[in-house]
Design a protein around this ligand. Structure first.
Ligand SMILES: Nc1nc2c(ncn2[C@@H]2O[C@H](COP(=O)(O)OP(=O)(O)OP(=O)(O)O)[C@@H](O)[C@H]2O)c(=O)[nH]1
Ligand SMILES: [Mg+2]
Ligand SMILES: [Zn+2]
Length: 360
């Protein structure tokens, strides 16, 4: 298989000469086990581990190889085994906060061109969840496409699609049924391009693997009716995996995520997701308007006349709070300062309440 078929491009080729000089070859991470990786290389599949040096130099998990990454590896002569010496810079990346005490970045998928944000048109359909996924997608650098699956279970899928399109500013929205559509791949054709990588992200049971099987025209991925919705935390897909389609496009299947904790979603990503709110806020009378009842507040006016949906406004505020929380967790110093700030504020608040109780 040629490198370009795996998504290799000029910008990667330009930075590789020093690695080739050291006897290393480029390969792409297809699968991540606990301590080993499956790589795709022009010579074929390789089972690989990180060198001690790479492990040692990694400050966080996010510095280690993840599915979709390009790496520089040395192939052991006569074996389908390799050692990973370096992770090449990521063009795009999806990361989230890994569970645990301290915030560590976990890379969900790297070098994705188009991300399909998958939601089912069933009882779990939720606009707020789509907004959350969109914020993460804009942050990643990949082009988001909202995919509404199980349209056969919805009485008015076209209306649901229109409703989602109204909140998904800048992202195409498609609705499909992997069960009933004769050609579900048809609406996704624009993004199934040889050498380009798509990834599917969404809750467990929405039909990501089922759709991938339909796109591939083969039962490549295991699917199951038992999912989060019924089986409590059961994920049918357990590994992130990069698959090369016979037509030459690449796809990353991921296990459903119960929760997508924001990692480092910056203001730009939130602004892209909520472009309507940003535009409104720019029209508030005061440039530092907190939208809490100030005179001439354009947000309040839009909430009052119904042009801004209350749910969407609350969703925006929630994501903003979460983003601030994630930033504090990533920066302990900032958290200490904020804590100290809160203590001070609480003391002031208690003092003020006592004064009031005393009738002052
Ligand atoms: N009615 C209907 N059911 C579907 C459709 N697509 C998928 N399903 C069903 O939904 C269930 C879950 O599908 P999966 O493809 O395993 O879901 P997943 O998103 O890969 O789930 P995880 O791997 O756990 O993240 C299966 O029973 C599928 O048959 C669809 O378009 N319509
Ligand atoms: Mg799956
Ligand atoms: Zn305002």
């Amino acid at each position: 298989m040629h490198l370009s078929a795996l998504g290799w491009d000029d910008s990667l080729a330009n930075l590789f000469p020093p690695f080739s000089a050291a006897g290393l070859v480029p390969a792409r991470v297809a699968l991540e086990h606990k301590h080993a990786y499956e790589l795709l290389a022009p010579s074929g599949e390789l089972t690989a581990v990180c060198t001690g040096k790479l492990l040692h130099s990694a400050a966080t998990r996010g510095d280690l190889p993840a599915v979709g990454d390009w790496v520089a590896a040395s192939v052991r002569p006569g074996e389908a085994r390799a050692d990973i010496h370096a992770v090449l810079p990521r063009r795009t990346k999806f990361s989230r906060r890994a569970a645990g005490e301290t915030a560590t970045e976990q890379i969900v998928a790297a070098n994705v061109d188009t991300v399909l944000l998958v939601t089912a048109l069933d009882q779990n359909f939720n606009l707020r969840r789509i907004e959350r996924y969109l914020a993460v997608a804009w942050e990643s650098g990949a082009q988001p496409v909202v995919v509404l699956t199980k349209s056969d279970l919805h009485s008015a899928p076209a209306e649901a699609r229109a409703e989602v399109a109204s909140i998904a500013v800048g992202a195409p929205v498609v609705a499909l049924s992997a069960m009933q559509d004769a050609e579900p791949a048809q609406v996704l054709r624009p993004w199934l391009v040889p050498g380009r990588t798509i990834a599917l992200l969404g809750s467990s049971g929405v039909g990501k693997s089922t759709l991938i099987n339909r796109l591939l025209g083969a039962d490549r991925q295991r699917t199951s009716a038992i999912s989060d919705a019924v089986g409590k935390g059961r994920h049918t897909t357990t590994h992130r995996e990069l698959i090369v389609a016979p037509e030459g496009w690449l796809v990353i299947d991921t296990p459903g995520m119960r929760e997508l904790q924001l990692w480092d979603v910056d203001d730009t990503a939130l602004d892209a997701t909520f472009a309507d709110i940003t535009a409104l806020a720019a029209r508030c009378r005061f440039s530092d308007c907190a939208h809490r009842g100030e005179p001439g507040c354009a947000i309040q006016a839009a909430l009052d006349d119904g042009t801004l949906d209350v749910g969407r406004w609350q969703s925006f505020q929630k994501l903003q709070r979460e983003q601030a929380y994630a930033a504090r967790r990533a920066d302990p110093r900032l958290e200490r300062e904020t804590k100290a700030g809160w203590k001070k504020l609480n003391r002031q608040l208690r003092a003020a309440t006592r004064m009031k109780a005393n009738g002052d």
